[in-house]
Design a protein around this ligand. Structure first.
Ligand code: G6P
Length: 592
């Protein structure tokens, strides 16, 4: 999953680099650009972040068209050779690609058989070689033949020597185009259009075409396609950052983001959702990946509490292969910050194929998932840039809480009452920074950190564990507290930290007993609790106790995670890691 950009206009190199920076969340292991020049294409590539590319690009006054790419390696290691753009051997075509060409080995074998030489290990190079192979002069014919030969997902931005245009093609990877007074911008996220144009065109699967500064030509297998522009009315919010990192900015943004969410749903923006009657469904299935999946775990608890219906959670990458029994009596709730995660989109496709009713819980309101689902519930978190999700997780949890409340109220033909949410948000604070820093100093070089909890605390433990894996590269795992004695205790020694989430009243005594079991085998305890009446002798055994408010509702999950997000942030920074761009990860995983 990579970011692609194309630009026609002035200062091409600077504009392409500037837009690539906006897409760095899609991958940052290498980057490259190609622009037209009097002697053919000028291509620059660099390993690592875009700032490395920026240092080597030679800016010209002559370039009028360019393409750029920021990569998250799938085929071939991250280096200059595998970085895009790729250029055809005859130097007539160059392209950047986002997606995966599934039949690239077959194509490569065939072209090698025709005498072509490949220089990279990428699947994308086969596309540029195919363009050369099919080129008999007619550009559209060449592109059409090329994409007909491809299996998989692609958004392509293509340059042809001598043409002052960008050619493009799309299948299952997002692609958008904006045109303005002789300039054109093509990108894999509309965030690039901010400050450039007020409207843009959405390219759909199977479409290809060309754009210059004045005209867009779009075709599909049936011929020319007419396109109406879409208004760029998405509120990108405040993406400027006065903090050292986006992660800390976004944690501190959480309260405002949650308030936006509260206001949105309090203002009655839930008509389509309220039309659903949960009693008409046999099951509710929650699907997501990573942090979004952890939000699903919490969401399923909200629904189980309120409705007499079976609730299941499934990781999106497993969903299709788990033979889910779905029909029109299934409600499938898909959670995704980006709305572009390939596995989640595939899960949605399967749900629709089986006639299930789908609800998308998304942050990016113009995303593929947001548009495809029967009902879209925006989480209103504002743009989230750091790879590790923080404010979006809290907003996902709140949205699922709101959704359960709305559906419950509508089943009684009542209006939902969100007073409890408002009271929770008004009292939300970010806790004791000094304490969190002390915890981070203690855990930063530990290699065994386990998280335990029961009920919703287990869900929080899962998300807490993910956060320190992603941002601190710490070896951490989650267990149901009751499972300790079924294997996990064998791992405990004096070098083990056990983080205990103990905010569920009903099972508090049991959770504390489990923590004692770990302690008596040498484990060191960090305990999260909302109760003041915890046994003193247990308190004395804890290295750290982090007190949170007792919320008395499912919103406790939000209250509990924020301190740990802060601990993860401080730990990451104290280890010299950039928490915004952890190694090997990307924010939006658009390949399966
Ligand atoms: C990647 C990111 C995670 C994110 C997950 C799901 O793995 O690194 O932070 O939770 O994708 O992303 P989504 O956009 O579907 O919520």
């Amino acid at each position: 999953m990579c970011g692609i950009v194309g630009y026609i206009g002035k200062n091409v190199e600077s504009v392409v680099i500037d837009k690539l920076k906006k897409l760095e969340y899609r991958g940052y292991d290498s980057a490259g650009i190609a622009v037209n020049s009097p002697t053919g294409f000028a291509v620059f590539k660099a390993k690592g972040e875009i700032k490395n590319l920026e240092k080597i690009v030679k800016k010209t006054d002559t370039a009028s068209v360019g393409i750029g790419h920021t990569r998250w390696a799938t085929h071939g290691k991250p280096d200059e050779i595998n970085a895009h753009p790729h250029v055809s051997a005859d130097n007539r075509w160059t392209l950047v690609h986002n997606g995966i060409i599934e039949n690239y080995s077959e194509i490569k074998e065939k072209l090698v058989g025709q005498g072509m030489t490949f220089y990279s290990q990428t699947d994308s190079e086969t596309v540029v070689k195919l363009l050369q192979y099919y080129d008999k002069g007619d550009r559209f014919d060449t592109i059409s033949k090329t994409i007909s030969a491809l299996k998989g997902s692609f958004a392509l931005a293509i340059l042809r020597a001598e043409d002052n245009k960008i050619y493009f093609a799309k299948n299952k990877s997002p692609l958008y185009i904006a045109i303005k007074d002789g300039e054109a911008l093509l990108a894999s996220d509309v965030i690039c259009f901010k400050g450039f144009a007020e409207e843009y065109y959405v390219i759909e699967d199977g479409e290809y075409g060309s754009v210059d500064g004045n005209a867009l030509i779009v075709k599909n297998e049936f011929g020319l396609v007419g396109k109406a522009p879409v208004e760029l009315d998405y509120d990108f919010g405040d993406v400027e950052n006065v903090y050292d990192h986006y992660m800390i900015k976004e944690i501190y943004d959480t309260k405002n983001a949650l308030l936006n969410n509260y206001e949105y749903y309090s203002n009655g923006n839930y008509k389509k959702l309220a039309d659903l009657d949960v009693s008409c469904f046999d099951k509710v299935v929650f699907v997501g990946c990573g942090t979004a999946f952890n939000a699903c775990l919490v969401g399923a608890k909200f629904f189980k509490e309120k409705f007499d219906v079976d609730c299941f959670t499934e990781v999106a990458s497993e969903f299709r292969y788990s033979r889910p029994k779905l029909n029109e009596r299934s409600l499938v709730i898909l959670v995704s910050q980006s709305g572009e995660t390939a596995d989640t989109l595939a899960a949605h496709e399967l749900a629709k194929l089986n006639k299930a009713v789908t609800v998308a819980v998304v942050n990016v309101e113009y995303s593929t998932l947001a548009k495809a689902a029967d009902v879209c519930l925006p989480i209103k978190a504002g743009v989230e840039i750091a790879v590790a999700s923080t404010k979006a997780y809290s907003c996902q949890v709140l949205t699922l809480y709101m959704a359960a409340s709305i559906l419950e109220a509508s089943s009684r033909r009542e209006k939902p009452n969100f007073d409890q949410v408002k009271a929770f948000l008004d009292g939300l604070s970010f806790g004791d920074t000094e304490l969190f820093k002390r915890v981070s100093e203690t855990i930063r070089y530990q290699q065994k950190i386990f998280m335990i909890g029961r009920g919703a605390d287990y869900c929080t433990a899962n998300e807490a564990s993910l956060k320190i894996k992603e941002t601190c590269y710490l070896n951490s795992d989650t267990y149901f507290a009751g499972e300790l004695k079924h294997g996990f205790l064998a791992l405990i020694d004096e070098m083990t930290y056990v983080v205990v989430f103990a905010t569920e009243k009903e099972v508090l005594a049991k959770t504390i007993s489990n923590a004692e079991e770990a302690y008596s085998r040498g484990a060191r305890l960090i305990v999260f609790t909302c109760f003041d009446d915890i046994d003193k002798s247990f308190e004395n055994k804890c290295e750290f106790i982090i007190k949170v408010r007792d919320i008395g509702s499912g919103l406790q999950a939000i209250e509990n995670i924020i301190p740990w997000q802060l601990i993860a942030y401080y730990t990451s920074v104290s280890k010299g890691i950039n928490p915004d761009k952890p190694r090997n990860l990307a924010k939006s995983v658009t390949v399966e």
